[in-house]
Each structure stands twice: as C-alpha cells, then as structure tokens.
Design a protein around this ligand. Sequence first.
Ligand code: HEM
Ligand code: HEM
Length: 199
Amino acid sequence: MPKDEERCGPRRGPAARFDGVTIAVHWVTLLLVLFLFASAWARDLAEDGARAETLLAAHRSIGLLLWMLTLARLAWRFTGGVHPPLPDSASASQLWAARATEYALYILLAVQPLTGLAQSVLRGKPFGLLVGTMQAIAPRDRALVHLFHDLHEEAAWLLLALIGLHAAAALFHRLVLRDAVLQSILPWRARTNICAAGE
Ligand code: HEM
Ligand code: HEM
C-alpha cells in the first residue's frame, strides 16, 4: 500500500494537516463569531431592557475575548503554526484568492472588536461586561460614536460575506475538486483518502 505522500504528492495528502492549536482556534473562532452575531441580533429583538443589556454585555465581552484570541492566533501563525500549502493543482489566481480571503478575515477579526470598543467607550459612560464594568475613560463624542457604529455594522456584514465565501470554497474543494483541503483543518482525521481529482 503506497504511503499518503506517494499517492497524493507531498503537499496535500491526508497527512498534510494544520497543527492542533491552529485547528482548535479556527473552530473556536467560528463558535465565538456565531455567538457574536446571535447576541447582537437577539439584543435588537429583546423587548426587555435588562435582557438587552445582558446580551450586549455578553456581546462586548466575547468580542474582546475573540480579539485576544485573534492576536494569539496571528502570533502562533508566524511562529510555530503548521500551514500546509494548497494543492499543486491550484492555479495562481486560486492561490491569490485563498490568501486574500484569509488575510481579509484576519484583518476583520482584529479590527472589528476595536470599532465595537470605540463606540462603547466614546459614549462617555461606564458600560457592562460579563465580568465587571468598564469605567468611562473618554468624554462623549456623538459624531465618532456614529462613525464607529456604522463601521462596526458594515464590517460585520463584510465579515459574514467573507465567511460565506470561505466556507463555500472549502465545500467546493471537498465536493467538486475532491482534494483534502477541508480535511486538513477538520478536528478529526478523514477516514477516506482523497487526494486530487481523478486519483
Ligand atoms: C469580531 C467581533 C465582533 C463582531 C462580529 C460584532 C458584530 C456585531 C453586530 C453584527 C452588531 C449589530 C449591528 C447592528 O445591526 O446594529 C453589533 C453591535 C454592537 N457591537 Fe459588536 N461585534 C464584535 C465585537 C464587539 C466588541 C468587542 C464590542 C465592544 C467592546 C462591540 C460592541 C457592540 C455594540 C455596542 C453594538 C450595538 C450597537 C448599537 O447600539 O446598535 N462589538 N456587533
Ligand atoms: C468564523 C469563521 C471562519 C474564519 C474567521 C475562518 C478563517 C480561516 C483562516 C484565517 C484560515 C487560515 C488558517 C488559520 O490561520 O486558521 C482558515 C483556513 C481554513 N478554513 Fe476557515 N474560517 C472560518 C470558518 C470556516 C468554515 C465554516 C469552513 C468550512 C466549511 C472553513 C474551512 C477552512 C479550510 C478548509 C481552511 C484551510 C484552507 C487552506 O488550506 O488554506 N473555515 N480559515
């Protein structure tokens, strides 16, 4: 029985996976992002003020947690993380699109919590987090609150669209190209050995 590397080439056989830390952080990030959208939208629908405030406090806190996780993720990526390259069959434009989406996702994950924090701080009042209250540290500035509010809302839609595109590309690899790109980031090992199309 030939080894994975012999069957699939050294670059993207089922053996070529992201490291465990990268895989764990990738999927925890997805859970946190889902929570952030759910809490923001549930808060818009909440009829009772106390519940809306709790949802917003949870939203802010999980958003800040995600920000710290993203910084740690970036540090890990450029120090110890294993990032297998895309299959040799990928064209230059596919490689470019994959990298552009990935970097745009990193940028949005790093910046989005800051626009949220800025709009909260620039209201000029203390605000609640899940653990404790953040004291007012800046005077109220309505114009900037509006600016950061709009940026936060628009970037959230952009983030959602990019996640959709990124997930669709992953499914395209799995279902159409039938290579092992999706398996390389799944928390469990694939049972089937699929390599590039036609193998
Ligand atoms: C990646 C992280 C985050 C994502 C994806 C996210 C996403 C969202 C979304 C979708 C909304 C609803 C927008 C609307 O329809 O008006 C929202 C609202 C809000 N977010 Fe975030 N958020 C994040 C982080 C944060 C952080 C860290 C804070 C503050 C520390 C924050 C503070 C707020 C506030 C105050 C609102 C309500 C704005 C209003 O008054 O309507 N967000 N966020
Ligand atoms: C919050 C949602 C998501 C974000 C922000 C995100 C972000 C990223 C980033 C930055 C990478 C590069 C590796 C890393 O640093 O982790 C990556 C890799 C990957 N993600 Fe996601 N991802 C998300 C959701 C998903 C979903 C839902 C799927 C599948 C349905 C998926 C499939 C993949 C695959 C297959 C790779 C490997 C791509 C490669 O080999 O270059 N991701 N993701």
